[in-house]
Design a protein around this ligand. Structure first.
Ligand SMILES: Nc1ncnc2c1ncn2[C@@H]1O[C@H](COP(=O)(O)OP(=O)(O)OP(=O)(O)O)[C@@H](O)[C@H]1O
Length: 229
């Protein structure tokens, strides 16, 4: 999978505003850059606008005003038919997991690789290895409805990282797991980051953030973003 050359900015927000329907602006005058290859935390109180920001980043929303650039593409002028190819370069861990209930854990995680046409033998090698790493070796054939919240979260994370995306966006990825598993998941993100993936982890967990003091932080407060480094 081609990686972006280092040195550029994988995300650029310029004076971005966002309102849902006719509601108030939930993001206002948001401007920042995320360097390709970096590992950022996205912090801020509940309702501040973190998930909305992530939605803009994974091309799930277009800004009401201002400009959002993802992979040097202006989100507002990117044609609808071009979106799937761009989205395939982004791994997303949703707060509500969004697993497919009729598929096993293994088949959920295999999905991005199957979409990409990887050989089944490769899939059978990589997917169980990753699921073991996140502590789910004995749940390969389990359906999501039989898994706990923390187990579902780990399946969702495995699905987001399996294809080594250029950009990983994780919304509260350690919200349902204990401290030990949270650190293991952070190590997984760090490994992925070393391989070239740019990472953004949205979290309320200040304890977790303080354990990684070198990672820059984007802090959202009442719809505005301040950079804390
Ligand atoms: N689909 C939507 N329609 C209308 N308003 C929305 C929608 N999604 C979010 N909002 C509003 O936008 C604001 C920001 O919400 P958002 O979910 O981005 O916050 P957050 O920082 O991610 O919160 P949390 O940490 O609780 O997940 C809130 O006032 C919320 O009510």
């Amino acid at each position: 999978m081609p990686q972006r050359p280092p040195g550029g900015n994988i995300l650029k927000f310029d004076n971005v505003g966002l309102r849902y329907g006719l509601g108030p602006e939930v993001l206002r005058d948001v401007s920042f850059r995320v360097a390709t290859g970096s590992f950022h935390f996205l912090t801020g109180p509940s309702g501040a606008g973190k998930s909305t920001l992530l939605r803009l980043m994974y091309l799930g929303l277009k800004p009401t005003r201002g400009r959002v650039m993802v992979f040097d593409r202006d989100v507002a002028t990117t044609a609808r038919y071009e979106l799937p190819a761009l989205r395939r370069r982004i791994g997303v861990v949703f707060q509500d997991f969004r697993l497919l209930d009729h598929l096993t854990a293994l088949d959920n995680v295999a999905l991005p690789l199957r979409v990409r046409g990887l050989r089944e033998a490769e899939i059978r090698r990589h997917v169980p290895e990753l699921l073991s790493w996140v502590g789910l070796a004995d749940q390969l054939d389990a359906r999501p409805s039989t898994l706990s919240g923390g187990q579902k979260q780990r399946v969702a994370i495995a699905r987001a990282v399996i294809g080594r995306p250029d950009l990983l966006l994780a919304d509260e990825p350690t919200g349902n797991v204990d401290d030990q598993i949270a650190m293991r998941l952070m190590r997984l993100f760090e490994e992925l980051n070393k391989l070239g993936t740019t990472i953004l982890v949205a979290t309320h967990n200040e304890g977790l953030v303080s354990r990684f003091p070198h990672n820059p932080r984007l802090h959202v407060e009442r719809g505005q973003v301040v950079r804390v480094t």
